[in-house]
Design a protein. Structure first.
Lengths: 519, 481
């Protein structure tokens, strides 16, 4: 066996990115991405469209969400791996940890690329129907309340006169009902509550608390729940959800995600880079302790981010597994990107004596286990919804199991995202062969693109054409353009962040463990 | 490399700094022979008095289980408190409770093996044994709930038995397959791990009977190089095969509930949430057993505070995951806008007959383990013991909350009811603890409680690079001086 490597044999300031070799690629990313971004912006700005027809801008909204979301999963996966590496006190991956940190540090930037989704009215109205529908609902409610205020007041006053008699009658009914109900607590509860409510109403009426504001609110709620019975439809579901789904809170949450996720990775990366110069072991302790707590911040931010951006593409749909599902995909695909990145950096001369096949093997194992985890979560979610067969839940899969999307789902997600990489990564020899690992990594990235596409795009047809068309022809070119735009910027930012510090934490106390790892 | 500047001892290399240095898993420089002597000694010497103090009542309790089972079978399932609408009472609660406990063993032995967590070696044997005993206790409930126990073979898909074909669409049937597969593979895995240690006991045996019996089960193990090579590969493959089982068993148990359309049961997060809960409860039970065992038999040098610290961390993590699932359930009950889901949770936590049980569960499972954020707490034995007791209770309450409180409030108020267990159920549940403890105490009495051959593998001298590491450290010491 060869002798162990000592950290003293490697330069103390680590390894700087060879900018002469990456410079071209970086400019290509910037120029290509920038050009695509510009073209996309022009097409979006000019794509207003007339009333009643599907505008180009609304089609492009979905493209943008798709592109931003895909690259966001990669970046957020970087945060996840950094957190896990620190929190579990790991030694094997010190050499790749800086890459994880750099990948994670793109998160706030990608979230900022999502700004048009949050601020451009046409974009958000096209994507998230609950926003325009809620505005319309509120408007209708205001109008209804204004129109009916006087008549409501009159009828309430009239009601006061008969209310006392009615209450007496109700009391009698309740007493006989309670006697009959006997052991049946549910029935008894119901009767008692009905009586209590009538008493409270009467109380209110008698005390003359009939102020306009309260009455108006009552009328508004009535409209939102039941409509006006003439043509203005209420929307009880949206009314029920408005505590969470309202534009103000929604916007607040967006900024909370930027600060939460961005803050977590900023702190971790900063400490890690500071350690490069001092080698102070206190940072290792800090990183571990902070990461444990940050996992909670990460989990909360990510869960609600994917609820806010993806789950509410159809606001009637819901699944408690949603956050975990998107997290699983993010973990697999960002590990795949790390494998590809390591191989690229090795091909231009980096990590020569440091990263070995052992590291590939370990990363392969992690990729493998998360491929399985993703399949487990995806299957469980699908299976439980299929088995219970409740309309509100099955609609998500019905849409994605119809026509074209059916074979798409089976071939790309079931076979492509699970069976192929699962089988390939079982073999140790594959995990120790960089070329094969990169092939699998690229494949997994393609599958993650398919997954995000599958989540977002099927909603486009039915939302924009109100269920007439499943797909919109020609829209795929906008998807591609958006992908290139965000991808170019992503690539540029990633190479830029790589150049800012050593490629690995050069003075981490456990560098030797990573240099000599065997498994 | 720079020295650890913030540490009081300036000559310490950063990798040896406090909080960074890897802790040894075997303390006090114990030798290989000490390990063998200490572990085999438990089996070879007379048991301490306290063993009998625990064993006799445990057997008596187990006898109570036997009595209640006879009473149940001879009288009928009506002796349980199950009613309409609460058709699933303690039988299912206790089944899921025990199955959950049976999770830690295979997680420790298989998943921690694949992830190269060397600290598992001190815990895995006892945890696996505990798993098997827990699954035995769990199996009693579905087995006997059929009433006519001799008909239980109907669960197996024997073609054309009495013109009955099993309902393959039912998750309850999948449960039969999942649990029996899990039990079978766990037994094999446990037994394969035991073989080298049984050979050790055989070689040390002083009586003929012992020599014969340990020899019989050691399958002629000689410890040759080739045997070890095959053995290690076989063990690795078994670990890989067992890993999906850790996930599958409790996922299938969760399907029993989640495939239905009962509000409060049907939710997509159930499978991973149940698995996390099972790992949580299983680790708590391992600690409940091992904290006393290590002091009783002087195993502190092999089952160290570091081991307890790690397990407490896993309890904190899984407890918090369970908390995440509770919160997601509540959020989606609101967010879905489903009236039934909303009411189910309203009745569960605000105004229902079992609200107290929900808060017991929440406190025990989510709040109590949060104390493990503190290093000190994870290494204070009495505190760890109290918290794991909370967790044991909390995981039982979780199943009770999910099953009973949901059923007690059906869709129509006319179908509302209340469930309380009868004395038979109380005694049966206590009896399963008796059985569990009896089996575990017999295990300590007759088999090595720590995997001797594996634990030797984590000694520093077992590392192929041991001399190189020494050299590396020596060179450094010279440079520092």
């Amino acid at each position: 066996m060869s002798a162990l490597k000592s950290a003293d044999d490697f330069p103390k300031d680590g390894e700087a990115l060879n900018k002469s070799k990456t410079g071209k690629l970086k400019s290509l990313f910037l120029i290509g991405g920038g050009a695509c971004l510009l073209l996309f912006a022009i097409l979006a700005v000019t794509g207003g469209g007339e009333d009643g027809e599907v505008s180009r801008r609304s089609v492009m909204a979905y493209s943008w969400l798709f592109a931003v979301m895909f690259f966001l999963t990669l970046a957020v996966g970087g945060i996840f791996w950094t957190l896990v590496h620190n929190a579990t006190n790991s030694g094997w991956g010190i050499l790749v940890r800086r890459l994880m940190e750099n990948l994670g540090s793109l998160t706030p930037w990608i979230l900022l690329l999502g700004l048009p989704l949050v601020f451009c009215g046409d974009f958000k109205n096209a994507l998230w129907e609950w926003i325009p529908e809620q505005v319309a609902l509120e408007d209708g409610a205001d109008k209804y309340a204004d129109a009916h205020l006087d008549s409501e007041k009159a009828s309430k006053l009239k009601g006061l006169q008969s209310a006392e008699a009615a209450l007496k009658k109700l009391e009698g009914e309740t007493a006989t009902g309670l006697a009959k109900a006997g052991e049946n607590k549910g029935e008894a509860n119901f009767l008692q509550e009905r009586l209590d409510k009538a008493k409270a109403d009467l109380d209110k009426l008698e005390k003359g608390q009939l102020n306009d504001k309260e009455l108006k609110e009552e009328l508004r709620v009535h409209y939102m729940q039941h409509g006006d019975g003439k043509g203005g439809h209420g929307n009880p579901l949206l009314y029920h959800k408005h505590g969470y789904l309202n534009p103000g809170f929604w916007l607040f949450r967006y900024f909370a995600y930027v600060i939460g996720l961005g803050g977590v990775i900023y702190v971790l990366r900063k400490w890690s880079i500071t350690q490069d110069s001092s080698g102070d072991p206190k940072y290792t302790r800090w990183l571990r302790r902070a990461s444990c707590g940050f996992i909670a911040v990460f989990a909360i931010c990510w869960t609600f981010l994917v609820v806010d951006w993806l789950m509410v593409l159809d606001y009637a749909w819901f699944s408690t597994m949603w956050g975990v599902y998107l997290f699983a995909g993010a973990a697999v695909s960002s590990m795949a990107l790390l494998v590809a990145l390591v191989t690229y950096l090795r091909s231009i001369g980096h990590f020569k004596d440091t990263i070995t096949m052992e590291h590939y093997h370990l990363m392969g194992k992690l990729m493998h286990s998360f491929v399985i985890f993703w399949a487990y979560i995806a299957f469980s979610q699908y299976f439980l919804i299929w088995y219970a067969n409740i309309t509100e839940e099955t609609k998500f899969y019905l849409l994605r199991n119809t026509d074209f999307f059916n074979s798409y789902t089976v071939i790309l997600l079931v076979i492509g995202h699970f069976f192929i990489p699962f089988g390939a990564l079982l073999l140790r020899s594959v995990k120790k062969t960089p070329k094969l690992m990169v092939a699998i990594a690229v494949w997994l990235l393609l599958m993650q693109i398919s997954d995000i596409y599958w989540i977002i795009i099927p909603e486009r047809g039915v939302s924009l054409t109100h269920g007439v068309e499943l797909t919109i022809s020609g829209a795929i070119w906008y998807d591609l353009l958006a992908f290139l735009a965000v991808g170019g910027i992503f690539g540029y930012l990633l190479l830029r962040s790589l150049g800012k510090a050593s490629l690995y934490p050069s003075q981490d106390p456990r560098l030797e463990e990573s240099l000599n790892v065997v498994n | 490399m720079a020295k650890g500047t913030t540490d009081s001892n300036q000559t310490v290399h950063p990798s040896e700094a406090p909080g960074v240095k890897r802790e040894s898993l075997i303390l006090n420089n114990r030798s290989m022979s000490w390990i063998t002597d200490r572990i085999c000694g438990i089996v070879e010497n007379r048991q301490p008095f306290i063993w009998w103090v625990l064993f006799v009542p445990a057997v008596l309790l187990a006898a109570c289980l036997g009595y209640t089972l006879v009473y149940l079978v001879s009288t009928g399932v009506g002796v349980w408190g199950n009613n309409q609408p609460v058709a699933w009472g303690w039988a299912i609660v206790n089944f899921v409770f025990w199955i959950g406990i049976g999770h830690a063993g295979t997680l420790i032995s298989a998943i921690l093996f694949l992830t190269r967590q060397k600290w598992r070696t001190s815990v895995n044997r006892a945890a696996e044994a505990m798993t098997l005993f827990a699954v035995v206790c769990a199996g009693i409930y579905p087995g006997f709930h059929v009433g006519r126990f001799w008909m239980v073979w109907f669960l197996a898909p024997v073609p054309n038995s009495n013109e009955i074909w099993q309902n393959f669409k039912s998750p309850l049937l999948w449960d039969v397959f999942a649990v029996s597969t899990y039990f079978t593979v766990s037994v094999i895995f446990w037994y394969i791990g035991l073989i080298p240690d049984l050979a050790t006991l055989r070689d040390r045996a002083t009586s003929k009977v012992r020599k014969f019996l340990y020899g019989l089960f050691a399958l002629g193990w000689r410890g040759g190089n080739r045997a070890w090579k095959h053995y290690e590969m076989g063990y690795l493959l078994l670990a890989a095969l067992s890993t999906p089982l850790v996930l599958s068993v409790h996922s299938v148990v969760s399907f029993d509930f989640a495939t239905s359309i009962v509000p409060g049961w049907h939710t997509t997060i159930f499978p991973p949430y149940f698995v996390a809960g099972a790992v949580f409860g299983g680790f708590a039970m391992v600690l409940t057993l091992m904290i006393p065992v290590r002091s009783l038999y002087g195993l502190q040098d092999m089952f160290t505070l570091k081991h307890i610290d790690n397990m407490a961390k896993i309890i904190l993590l899984t407890g918090t995951i369970v908390g995440y699932a509770y919160i997601m359930e509540l959020f989606m009950a609101y967010f879905s806008g489903s009236k039934y889901e909303g009411d189910a949770f309203y009745l569960r936590i605000v105004n229902g007959p079992y609200t107290w049980a929900y808060f017991c569960m929440f406190f025990c499972n989510v709040i109590a383990p949060q104390i493990f954020w503190f290093d000190k707490a994870r290494r204070t034995l009495w505190l760890v013991f109290i918290v794991v007791m909370f967790v044991n209770a909390g995981m039982w309450f979780e199943r009770f909350v999910i099953i009973t409180t949901t059923l007690a409030r059906d869709f129509l108020p006319g179908q509302w009811g209340y469930y309380s267990p009868t004395w038979v159920e109380w005694l049966m549940f206590a009896g399963t603890f008796g059985l569990f403890m009896s089996l575990f105490l017999l295990f300590i009495r007759f088999l090595p409680v720590i995997a001797i051959s594996e634990v030797k593998g984590v000694l520093p001298e077992s590392d192929a690079h041991y001399p190189d590491w020494q050299k590396l450290k020596k060179g450094r010491a010279g440079a520092d001086a």
